[in-house]
Design a protein around this ligand. Structure first.
Ligand SMILES: C[S@@+](CC[C@H](N)C(=O)[O-])C[C@H]1O[C@@H](n2cnc3c(N)ncnc32)[C@H](O)[C@@H]1O
Length: 334
């Protein structure tokens, strides 16, 4: 069996650089819409991750795939202890730009950036070439903090599958809605294990059961009906982690994780009407790619049919909309 160390040292060989570039571009292009329409849906499971990892008691927190920084600010303002450091990173430099803009804008960041002793430094660039893991966070903190009690938020562009940080850097690892997206989730898991200290708690959210996610169910039904899906069915969907949870659990045990828990939970129902649903779900990259295959008339028709399905499955009169389910994974590095 391949040891964790072997997996880690060979992690760059496992990375498909072309796919990474394509994926980064998709998320760069989607960043503004994601930030404006979708991220608010993701806050509830993010809070579950924070409570499971005792984020508010941790000194070195890593939030990967941080999106536009909305949750970073929640942690910075409400959970970060004196002397604590939060690192928020994402492989999309556009997402990191949105994160930086929020910290730079007092309307967003007041409550953190205007408190004496609170500092931040966010770059939209990568710290090291992909595959290098020598970035010393403690050295970086020394450059910014003047007192031991200063708080520090650091942001950078980084890929979950190959993080720039040195081994044993963090005591808390948060990954909200990213493990199911990455090209090779085993790289993300082994990197998470590597950068965490002994005693750290780690938490991930992935998409839950397809049957309990009518929000994407409607989209998928219509993509099938209008025959606008990809020519070749993808080898895996975003449900692949939850569909193979026992395998993933065993792989995590083999990597060295302990006390692994996995459970499904419904997300809060975020839509108050069809227009909100449409603007959130039908603006996401797979939907956009599919809809680009339709002409104006086709787009009008698909929207009408989406509204009918919304009314039937999620709309007024439906008591339990079964809108979106996630699977939570929590674990420890002992
Ligand atoms: C569904 S969004 C979640 C964002 C944020 N965590 C939230 O809860 O709103 C997925 C994020 O993962 C990022 N992402 C996808 N693959 C990644 C990878 N391999 N490394 C780092 N970030 C990645 C995307 O750029 C995007 O910001």
């Amino acid at each position: 069996m391949e040891s964790t160390q072997d997996m880690i040292s060979s992690s760059l060989q496992n990375i498909n650089l072309t796919k990474q570039e394509q994926q980064t571009k998709i998320w760069d292009d989607f960043s503004t819409v994601y930030d404006q329409q979708v991220t608010r849906m993701a806050t509830q499971p993010f809070i579950t991750l924070c409570s499971q990892t005792d984020t508010f008691q941790c000194k070195r927190i890593l939030e990967v795939a941080c999106g536009g920084g909305y949750h970073s600010l929640i942690v910075a303002k409400t959970m970060l202890q004196k002397g604590g450091v939060l690192v928020s990173c994402d492989f999309s430099s556009k997402m990191m730009k949105l994160t930086k803009q929020k910290y730079d804008d007092l309307n967003w960041s007041s409550g953190y950036t205007d408190v004496i002793g609170n500092r931040y430094d966010i770059t939209t660039e990568a710290l090291l070439p992909l595959g290098e893991h020598s970035f010393d966070l403690e050295e970086e903190i020394k450059k910014h903090n003047q007192n031991e009690s200063d708080r520090f938020v650091f942001g950078c562009q980084a890929n979950n599958e190959s993080l720039p940080f040195k081994d044993d850097t963090f005591d808390c690892y948060l990954a909200n809605l990213s493990l199911m997206l990455v090209d090779n989730y085993k790289n993300q898991l082994s990197e998470a294990f590597r950068v965490c200290k002994k005693g750290a708690r780690l938490a991930f959210t992935v998409w839950g059961s397809q049957n309990n996610s009518n929000n994407f169910g409607i989209l998928n039904m219509l993509i099938e009906k209008f025959k606008i899906g990809p020519d070749e069915k993808p080898a895996k969907t975003y449900y692949h982690i939850c569909q193979n949870k026992d395998t993933v659990r065993q792989e995590m045990i083999d990597m060295g994780f302990s006390n692994i828990k996995m459970w499904f939970q419904p997300m809060n129902f975020p839509f108050k009407n069809f227009e909100e649903y449409w603007a959130t779900v039908f603006t996401q990259p797979p939907a956009q790619v599919a809809m680009a295959k339709l002409d104006d008339e086709g787009r009008k028709q698909i929207k009408l049919e989406a509204e009918e399905l919304y009314n039937k499955l999620l709309g007024e009169g439906v008591i339990d909309p079964n809108c979106f389910e996630v699977m939570i994974i929590v674990a420890e590095k002992r």
